[in-house]
Ligand binder design. Structure first.
Ligand code: COA
Length: 437
């Protein structure tokens, strides 16, 4: 016995009317539970919707380009009646699994790319379809945003469809080749990136190699990081905070709560200290929007989380209204979700400022890339005990390196130095936080 299950779009956070950009199954396909069945794309993430049950795809009720929201009927799957399959089906209809999202590095208000990425395509990429272009509305919108002529893009999707990744690849190739037809690098205007082509080397000539495809997260975050590095005039200021007392306090509290499992992390203190600095210097809690600076009255703090597939940036919302334990627990939960590949779009959107901590690993300093459209990011590395002169003698103190990258279109060096001095004073004596209104 079999039964026909209606498959609906699961909880996709705050998103509504999200375009379907790819159907990953066809009628007649045999699928397992959790197999990706279609891909949705918001302005922040692409999401693969997993199959709620194992079975056979009987009918597709959504097509590429349709806009869907939570609860929209997208297909019918025939599943085996009885036993665990039927139970799974009931469960699936009641609570379909959440989609798996891949961030588009939190960059909804992307500044335009440099002119090298404009319509003129690199000569090395022939038009895929020789005229007729197949692409979803969202992919067309993405191409328009970047000024890409779709007729020049090589399509890799099924039936010759151009995907979002095809456009990203096209733009990257155009930027790295610098070979804008009709212009030699010397003749190109001064505002272009007149770069040499990316070196093409047969590495196998020099020794054994293995080629591995980049993960989806790395491809998407790589494109965003490249854009942010090229478009934003980054400057990084460095400073140090004396966290001897703070670390002693943290360790003592963790010992006290050893049995309950409640744990305070340095990351939680850093997030709280950043909220304090953002309150004092609102230019850092802002985003550029054309000629305007949008100042945010909320404090959603993102943090970089390392995963086996690459870097993701989940967001702790309203960190100003949360206690240290709550922030520590939420960060741990989000970091686990990130490592398990289970972050949803809502987990990664709305960030105001990012903290990137390499403190548990090592290093003395680094220059983090700003997570656009934010205007600054704090990097911290490993705290080390150092001799500090107290006016009479050298005393051992635990010193935390701070690295603040900031967007020079919005902030300047004086403000950045003050921001770090404030962080230094709060981290040096956390009681100062309690004095804030
Ligand atoms: N200095 C010295 N030691 C530190 C430290 C610091 N700044 N921060 C953390 N530690 C130590 C602590 O001893 C801690 O153990 P303890 O709490 O039992 O004493 C240990 O490192 C682990 O720290 P923990 O708090 O569990 O993790 P974390 O806060 O260091 O890291 C993440 C959590 C999510 C930030 C981390 O897993 C991660 O993904 N980091 C990578 C960030 C990244 O990729 N950045 C991008 C660079 S381009």
């Amino acid at each position: 016995m079999t039964r026909l299950i209606d498959v609906t779009v699961p909880d996709i956070g705050d998103y509504k009317d999200v375009p379907v950009i790819e159907l990953l199954v066809q009628p007649g396909d045999h699928i397992a539970a959790d197999d990706p069945i279609l891909t949705l794309e918001s302005d922040k993430a692409t999401m693969d919707v997993p199959a709620p049950v194992a079975g056979i795809v009987r009918e597709l009720l959504a097509k590429v380009g349709d806009r869907v929201s939570q609860g929209s009927l997208v297909m019918k799957i025939e599943t085996a009646e009885g036993g665990t399959a039927a139970a799974a089906a009931e469960a699936a209809q009641a609570a379909p699994p959440a989609p798996v999202a891949v961030p588009v590095a939190a960059a909804p208000a992307a500044p335009p790319p440099p002119p090298a990425a404009e319509p003129s395509a690199p000569a090395a990429l022939p038009p895929a379809l020789g005229g007729k272009v197949h692409a979803s509305p969202s992919v067309r919108g993405y191409a328009r945003e970047l000024g890409v002529d779709l007729a020049q893009v090589r399509a890799s999707g099924s039936k010759g469809r151009i995907t979002r990744e095809d456009i990203t690849t096209h733009v990257k190739a155009a930027m790295s080749s610098g070979s804008v037809p009709g212009k030699t690098p010397a003749a190109a205007p001064g505002n272009g990136l007149d770069l040499l082509p990316w070196p093409k080397i047969d590495f196998a000539k020099f020794g054994p190699i293995e080629t591995q495809p980049l993960s989806r997260i790395k491809k998407i975050s790589g494109a965003n990081l490249s854009r942010n590095a090229v478009v934003i005039p980054h400057v990084t200021n460095f400073d140090e905070a004396d966290i001897t007392d703070l670390e002693a306090f943290r360790v003592a509290l963790n010992k006290e709560h050893d049995k309950s499992g409640r744990k305070l992390t340095m990351l939680a203190f850093l997030i709280k200290a950043c909220v304090s600095a953002l309150r004092k210097f609102p230019e850092f809690n802002a985003s550029l929007d054309g000629d305007n600076l949008v100042l945010k009255k909320y404090f959603h703090i993102a943090f970089a989380a390392d995963t086996p597939n690459g870097l993701v940036v989940p967001v702790i919302r309203d960190a100003d209204r949360k206690g240290l334990y709550e922030i520590a627990a939420e960060a741990a939960e989000l970091a686990k979700k990130a490592r398990d590949g289970k972050l949803g779009p809502a987990d990664m959107s709305g960030g105001c400022f990012t903290v990137s901590s390499l403190g548990g690993i090592g290093g003395t300093a680094f220059t983090p890339i700003i997570n656009a459209p934010e205007v600054a990011i704090l990097g911290v590395t490993k705290a080390q005990t150092k001799p500090v002169w107290d006016g009479q003698q050298f005393v051992p103190r635990l010193i935390l390196p701070l690295c603040l990258s900031w967007d020079h279109r919005v902030v300047d060096g004086v403000l950045a130095a003050r921001f770090l001095v404030h962080l230094q004073s709060v981290l040096g004596d956390f009681r100062r936080i309690s004095l804030e209104g």
